[in-house]
Design a protein around this ligand. Structure first.
Ligand SMILES: Nc1ncnc2c1ncn2[C@@H]1O[C@H](COP(=O)(O)OP(=O)(O)OP(=O)(O)O)[C@@H](O)[C@H]1O
Length: 237
């Protein structure tokens, strides 16, 4: 197997004295889409936050492109090329779509063609139509797309996406699925936290089922789709 882009082992996390993640070990390969799936409160969001150094009480052994993430601060982790789009869609609501994109611009690593607003507008055609609109005049789904596009402007090698389909209209969920497929086609790996099973199943190569902070299953999405008993027990689908 090739060297993983992101490798995490024995990840534990605590909120106060409560342990919520127990020894999670997984890998994300370059250019693949992996979904963390599990019920409400299973620990998906905490996993992404812990990787990004946003959970203070986490015992983290992780590497990204061979660099130890150890106790690196979040901005340094992002600068290594690991993008993060949290659930709460951090965009600048008083800036326009184009201005928001500019705030995310960072140099691409050698040999990669950088993302530009024009390239992103081909990926997110609905954003192209509202390039002069301010964030506060956009729907939740449109803001979510803008948050992803803005993160891509930083030319990451991988993106952690927290519940991208949550609370957004079905038509935008479909566009989001297209966007994730296009990111993959462009070589950007995606680690996704999702409750929407159909969305996750439709776009992911691999899956990791988390139950009460522990990994119950790790394997191909096809394998998980075929395992009805496990899905019913751990995901209720
Ligand atoms: N800031 C916090 N303080 C204390 N406990 C927390 C905090 N954030 C999450 N938790 C708890 O940690 C556990 C894991 O939560 P987490 O948000 O990671 O789950 P999740 O799988 O992402 O669920 P959801 O889909 O609801 O976001 C839950 O029991 C949750 O109640």
């Amino acid at each position: 197997m090739s060297t993983p882009l992101l490798e995490v082992w024995n990840l534990c996390a605590f909120y106060g004295r409560a342990q919520v993640l127990f020894d999670l070990t997984f890998r994300l390969q370059a250019g693949e889409v992996m979904a963390l799936v599990g019920r409400n409160g299973a620990g998906k969001t905490t996993t992404l936050k812990a990787i990004m150094g946003l959970v203070s009480a986490s015992a983290k052994q992780a590497t990204f492109k061979g660099h130890s993430l150890g106790s690196l601060p979040t901005y340094k982790i992002a600068r290594l090329g690991l993008g993060y789009v949290p659930e709460d869609r951090r965009i600048f609501t008083d800036l326009t779509v184009e201005e928001n994109l500019e705030t995310g611009r960072r140099q691409a690593s050698a040999g990669r063609s950088p993302w530009t607003p024009e390239r992103l507008f081909r990926l997110f055609p609905n954003l192209a139509e509202m390039r002069g609109r301010r964030g506060n005049q956009m729907s939740g789904g449109e803001q979510q797309m803008l948050a992803i596009a803005r993160t891509l402007m930083g030319n990451p090698d991988a993106i952690l996406l927290d519940e991208p389909s949550e609370g957004i209209a079905p038509v935008i969920v479909q566009m989001m699925a297209e966007a994730v497929r296009a990111m993959k086609a462009e070589g950007v790996a995606v680690l996704l936290s999702e409750q929407n099973w159909a969305f996750a199943a439709g776009i992911s190569d691999r899956a990791c089922v988390i139950e009460r902070g522990e990994i119950r299953f790790q394997g191909s999405m096809a394998e998980l789709m075929a395992n009805e008993a496990l899905r019913a027990e751990t995901l209720g689908v």
